[in-house]
Design a binder for this molecule. Structure first.
Ligand code: FAD
Length: 489
């Protein structure tokens, strides 16, 4: 084994948590190593999550619009024809380009990158922790698209770090007693790369991953049935937003079975029979794919977690304090591996704050203002408290609302479905939550996030001039509505 290399910071996992931490560490003058078992950095987010799903959502939306909406704009085109292989190639190309970009950033920040699986070994008491990397080859300074990995030797390397940051993320949770088989019973990873459009796709789970990927395949021609155990979809979102989205997706042809528990899946060749119970006894439905999107669990089950005594909660999430320190001296954890919403931007914010705190800088994640988005059509986005949460907490609030139908820009875009809902404190006027359903909700939520982060009020938004004609005027109109001053309400 070669001599042990010493680092100020060793990051395990190069997702949006890990790679951002590595770059911030290097910016702050640390000697940083990052270890990632995938050939390409970016984690779940880039390789099988946020980015490929949005690439397919955008392509499939264009396809469905070309078939139905172009003629309303006076654009007559022959009926569109799907070239799925080209659509998947485009998605893969985007992922590859962004992955190369991250590799380039590692290079330019002189971060040593190791491609391999990391495991930590406890040495003698009071000796630094050793990280073993089963690696396909050390690439000290990555040349994007450089040496082909398969030509390199598998080797075990040993690193030593003053601090180790765990950013190993999460994986899809299977249905109880129904393991993934990678072909018929699949996770999002496979559902982002089906090489033919399924005839009937059953989606287990009415959360954002299931609804986004269900939308993609519905638009491309599949029959899609979403089965959800709870009586509603998107349980963490504002109820009015979730209910509006439910009606809209049903109108688009997605079928829903709410309050339904999948009990078994029987494979018959390339097909499957799904057994479920909707409260009236066992029923069956056949399909050719089952996408299981019922949640994700942290990657914290490797034996070295136990050997090192790293404390985890009942869901397997690593327990950390406000500095992101684990129970083991010198070790930190962020992202999907710890508690909180499993979102890429949350992981990245924690990465920056964790590393800055290691360097003694004051830094904080504002957990009350982390936006969440469901990239269906219409999009649903929210930040802060929901009406249900405010009611439960007994906090007095006022609701302001504006409708897309009253927006000139929304009309020009043919996007008159949806609304903006602002919840402001009844006496202080401080914005407590903003919930949007409609076109470009994912972008509109940024203004609300900024105002909430700064402790701003509905009046602050109302007094701010918004460009006309834009969808952002809907935010101002909703803020004006809090004080019964909406112009177009
Ligand atoms: C289909 C889908 C769509 C999504 N869409 C969105 C979205 O639109 N917006 C959003 O905010 N979030 C989205 N997410 C969630 C988002 O991807 C995650 O919250 C985010 O990736 C978490 O980042 P992370 O850095 O904590 O972990 P990850 O991205 O999971 O990265 C962890 C990395 O660690 C590596 N690793 C694990 N163990 C080891 C080891 N022992 N040695 C070396 N490497 C290891 C893994 O290979 C992985 O690459 C989506 C997820 C999915 C599945």
């Amino acid at each position: 084994m070669p001599e042990t290399e010493q680092f100020d910071l060793i990051v395990i996992g190069a997702g949006p948590g890990g790679y951002v931490a590595a770059i911030r560490g290097a910016q702050l003058g640390m000697k940083v190593a990052i270890i990632e078992q995938r050939d390409q950095p970016g984690g779940v987010c880039l390789n099988e999550g946020c980015i490929p799903s949005k690439a397919l959502l955008d392509s499939s939306e264009l396809y469905s619009r070309a078939g139905s909406q172009f003629s309303q704009h006076g654009i007559e085109i022959p009926p569109p024809r799907l070239n799925l292989a080209a659509m998947l190639r485009r998605k893969d190309g985007i992922v590859k380009k962004l992955g190369d970009g991250i590799s380039h950033l590692f290079n330019s920040h002189e971060i040593q990158r190791f491609i391999g699986t990391a495991r930590i070994v406890a040495g003698e008491p009071d000796t630094p922790l050793q990280v073993l990397v089963e690696t396909k080859g050390q690439l000290p300074l990555i040349d994007p698209g450089g040496v082909p990995l398969q030509d390199q030797e598998i080797a075990l390397q040993q690193l030593q770090g003053a601090r180790i940051l765990l950013a190993t993320g999460s994986e899809a949770t299977p249905l109880p007693g129904i393991p993934f088989d990678g072909q018929v019973v699949v996770s999002a990873r496979e559902a982002l790369s089906f090489d033919t459009v399924p005839q009937h796709l059953i989606v287990a789970g009415g959360g954002y991953i299931g609804l986004e990927l269900g939308s993609v395949w519905k638009r491309l021609g599949a029959q899609v049935t979403v089965m959800e155990m709870l009586p509603q979809i998107l349980p963490t979102m504002d109820r009015q937003v979730a209910d509006t989205l439910y009606r809209s997706l049903r109108k688009q042809g997605i079928q829903f079975k709410l309050g339904t528990r999948i009990t078994a899946v029987r494979r018959i060749g390339a097909k499957a029979i799904v057994q479920y119970n909707a409260g009236t006894g066992s029923e069956e439905i056949d399909c050719d794919k089952v996408l299981v999107a019922v949640g994700r669990r942290p990657n914290s089950s490797e034996s070295w977690y136990d050997q090192l005594g790293i404390v985890r909660d009942e869901k397997g999430r690593v327990v950390v304090n406000e500095d992101y320190r684990t129970s083991r001296e010198g070790m930190y954890a962020i992202g999907d591996l710890i508690s909180g919403p499993m979102l890429a931007h949350k992981a990245s914010m924690e990465a920056i704050v964790c590393v800055e705190r290691i360097k003694g800088q004051p830094s904080l994640v504002e957990y009350d203002s982390i936006p969440a988005v469901c990239y269906t059509h219409p999009e649903a986005a929210s930040v802060g408290k929901t009406e249900e949460q405010l009611k439960a907490a007994g906090i007095p609030y006022i609701v302001g609302r504006s409708n897309y139908a009253a927006s000139g820009r929304a009309r020009c875009l043919d996007e008159s479905e949806g609304f903006v809902k602002i919840l402001a404190h009844a006496t202080s006027d401080r914005i407590l939550g903003v919930h949007i359903i409609g076109a470009h909700a994912s972008d509109l939520i940024a203004e609300a996030t900024t105002v909430i982060s700064f402790g701003g009020t509905a009046r602050d938004i109302a007094l701010t001039c918004h460009a006309h004609p834009t969808l952002s005027e809907l935010i101002r109109e909703a803020a004006l509505d809090i004080h019964h001053q909406a112009i177009h309400g």
